[in-house]
Design a protein around this ligand. Structure first.
Ligand code: IMP
Ligand code: MG
Length: 177
């Protein structure tokens, strides 16, 4: 694949510092409770790996994953959510923390949130590494947000364009394409 120009938006150091802060906050909020982390694949896998290692080991943490898609191979949401892989476990009575990589229109997240709420968790909170300003259109309230960015397409740290660039340590803006 052609390598389009990509300028750094959020450096590796900034990401690591912010994710550590988020872990501290989540650890405070769930002190004395257990936590059921549900990751939305694939984009969140690196964020989740870093985030849970910043959660106090005194808090029992379990992990499950779902795969959904709304994008195809372009850079705009198709507006249609497909559940390609559901979680394995039950969420009945659990403190669920839903982890998204990036919230753009909010379409994906609001659909996943409604689905999870219908499964009777004890509580449901949402954490996203990145919220784009475009989320205001659907206003899915996020409980924890790493970074707020304008309406640009970003890659790296798990985020892809047509499955590429997930392995970048930093988050970059796609300048061309
Ligand atoms: P939404 O439904 O419009 O909020 O889109 C959310 C999903 O689209 C995210 O979970 C990502 O998988 C993908 N996405 C949205 N914006 C970007 C981006 O800038 N880079 C990479 N993926 C993105
Ligand atoms: Mg995603």
């Amino acid at each position: 694949m052609e390598n389009p120009g990509k300028s750094v938006l959020i450096s590796e150091q900034e990401i690591q510092r912010r994710v550590a802060e988020m872990g501290v906050k989540i650890s405070e909020d769930y002190k004395g409770q257990s936590l059921s982390v549900v990751g939305v694949l694939k984009g969140s896998f690196i964020f989740i790996a870093d985030l849970i290692r910043n959660i106090d080991p005194a808090i029992p943490v379990e992990i499950d994953f779902m795969t959904v898609s709304s994008y195809g191979s372009g850079t705009r949401s198709s507006g249609e959510l497909r559940i390609e892989r559901d979680i394995e476990g039950s969420m009945e009575g659990k403190n669920v923390l839903l982890v998204e990589d990036i919230v753009d229109s909010g379409l994906t997240l609001s659909a996943v949130k409604d689905l999870l709420l219908s499964r009777n968790p004890q509580s449901l909170r949402i954490v996203a590494l990145i919220e784009k300003e475009t989320n205001r259109r659907h206003s899915v309230p996020l409980d924890y947000v790493g970074f707020r960015i304008p309406d640009v397409f970003v890659v790296g740290y798990g985020l892809d364009l047509a499955q590429h660039y997930r392995n970048l340590k930093e988050i970059r803006i796609l300048d061309a394409g």
